[in-house]
Design a protein around this ligand. Structure first.
Ligand SMILES: Cc1cc2nc3c(=O)[nH]c(=O)nc-3n(C[C@H](O)[C@H](O)[C@H](O)COP(=O)(O)OP(=O)(O)OC[C@H]3O[C@@H](n4cnc5c(N)ncnc54)[C@H](O)[C@@H]3O)c2cc1C
Length: 420
């Protein structure tokens, strides 16, 4: 690979007169999707990101006649075999860096991904028509999981651009913006802007985040790529199409001895959680709805789980121990290992009971593939209702004793019937 061109001048862009369209027409092209994989297989979120990138890019190329691409970026040891898979699931091209030293060390991965983003050499193979003008990706996607959340922030810091984290909706639009600092108060149309939607306040509010170049002559500066981390489970992956073809580019990573000496990986093993949701047909999860009677309600949930032979999950806030309960309950249930959602576990039991859980998108991502969902909630407008097969409007305190009793009776009858 040739040397990465000197980008010192990157921040000092040619001045545009206010009022003209800010298109960054030539310099920024393509969506780069940073792929995560484990034991030779891409993580589902990586395929979901490729699917959404494909849908966005198809619409983009139609709306703004162009040939921009979805480019998967794959790092790791022996990853060449993953590259075709990326094409089958929506990428037009893959840039892969293969080295035993690429083993999930943030410092090294950050440097390699940043240099891939800055390097124009792969563009010669991927899209020669844009080679002369290409400077950086237009957009960049990372997974909003434990690895991607950290990697996205360090890569974007290195690229000196912005990052929107935990996104669950993306739209590309031309937007007229008038802003005191960005546009010096004058209206400017920002073309091809990525609107990044983020669920806030338990999913009741969407915040739209934009990563905009400064067109105020006093603080002129570009912010590209426009980047985000994407919540696992929110976008659908494409069906695998083995006829899809594309360009695969081998990237020789430049990893220095100094970097290697900073962090050494002595051994690596996947730690299995102590809570084994997969062995249970039913999961009963509870959330902040227990707040009026934390101790009593947790005990009711425990009884319901016992009656159903279910494992117990929690929403993220519960793992932060927001209420006072006895030590036994707290250390058993109010723990990160039981969190269902993007910050915890993904489950898909035959039956999922959501008790006093509002249904924030981060929680839904962890349970919406369950076969049958029952929720119990005081608020009939809670988002969990839309995901539920049965929604019981009522309080935990009222509904659970009746439900536990009914489950016990029905199960006893079933046992009797089997004996007869
Ligand atoms: C980066 C990020 C990652 C996140 N990851 C996760 C994740 O992995 N998993 C997760 O769960 N969350 C996650 N969250 C948090 C998420 O956005 C929500 O804040 C959280 O899921 C809300 O938890 P909850 O439903 O327990 O609480 P609330 O949203 O407060 O909902 C409580 C519900 O209980 C109901 N209720 C109240 N009293 C009663 C009663 N007596 N009986 C019955 N119902 C009652 C209310 O009507 C309400 O719907 C994440 C947030 C961020 C920003």
């Amino acid at each position: 690979m040739p040397e990465v061109p000197n980008r010192d001048s990157f921040a000092k862009q040619e001045t545009k007169s206010p009022g003209t369209s800010s298109d960054a027409e030539c310099k920024y092209r393509h969506i780069y999707v940073v792929i995560e994989h484990e034991e030779g297989k891409p993580l589902p979120v990586s395929l979901e990101m490729l699917g959404e990138a494909r849908r966005l890019m198809d619409r983009f190329n139609e709306k703004y006649p162009s040939e921009e691409k979805v480019v998967a970026v794959v790092l790791g040891n022996n990853v060449r075999k993953l590259c075709e898979e990326m094409l089958y699931f929506g990428a037009d091209a893959v840039i892969y860096a293969d080295s035993p030293e690429l083993n999930s060390r943030n410092l090294i991965d950050t440097k390699v991904i940043s240099s891939i983003a800055k390097d124009i050499a792969p563009i010669k193979e991927i899209s020669p028509e844009y080679y002369a003008s290409f400077q950086r990706p237009r957009y960049m996607f990372f997974a909003a999981d434990n690895i991607g959340r950290q990697l996205s922030s360090t890569v974007m810091a290195d690229l000196e651009s912005g990052l929107a984290s935990d996104i669950n909706k993306l739209v590309i639009n031309d937007l007229e913006i008038k802003h005191e600092h960005k546009t010096k108060g004058k209206p400017i149309v920002y073309k091809k802007t990525l609107e990044m939607y983020r669920p806030d306040f338990s999913g009741f509010l969407w915040t739209t985040i934009l990563c905009l170049d400064n067109h105020n002559p006093a603080i002129q500066r570009d912010y590209h790529p426009q980047a985000c981390s994407i919540i696992p489970g929110v976008f659908s992956q494409l069906s695998k199409d083995t006829k899809r073809k594309g360009v695969i580019v081998n990237y020789a990573p430049n990893i220095s001895e100094t970097d290697l000496n900073k962090v050494k990986v002595l051994s690596r093993r996947i730690v299995k959680s102590a809570v084994d949701f997969d062995s249970y047909k039913c999961v009963v999860s509870f959330g902040r709805g227990i707040k009026n009677l934390p101790e009593g309600n947790t005990k009711l949930i425990e009884k319901l789980a016992q009656a159903l032979d279910a494992e117990i999950g929690v929403s993220l806030p519960i793992s932060k121990k927001p209420y006072e309960v006895s030590e036994g309950l707290s250390s058993k249930y109010f723990v990160p290992d039981r969190v269902i959602g993007t910050s915890g576990r993904k489950v898909s039991p035959l039956l999922y009971l959501a008790v006093g859980i509002s249904g924030a998108v981060q929680h839904l991502a962890g349970m919406k593939d369950s076969n049958f969902i029952v929720s119990i909630n005081l608020d009939e407008n809670a988002p969990i209702k839309d995901e539920s097969d049965i929604f019981i409007k009522g309080s935990i305190e009222e509904v659970l004793p009746t439900l536990i009793e009914e489950v016990r009776v029905q199960r006893a009858e079933m046992v009797m019937n089997v004996k007869e």
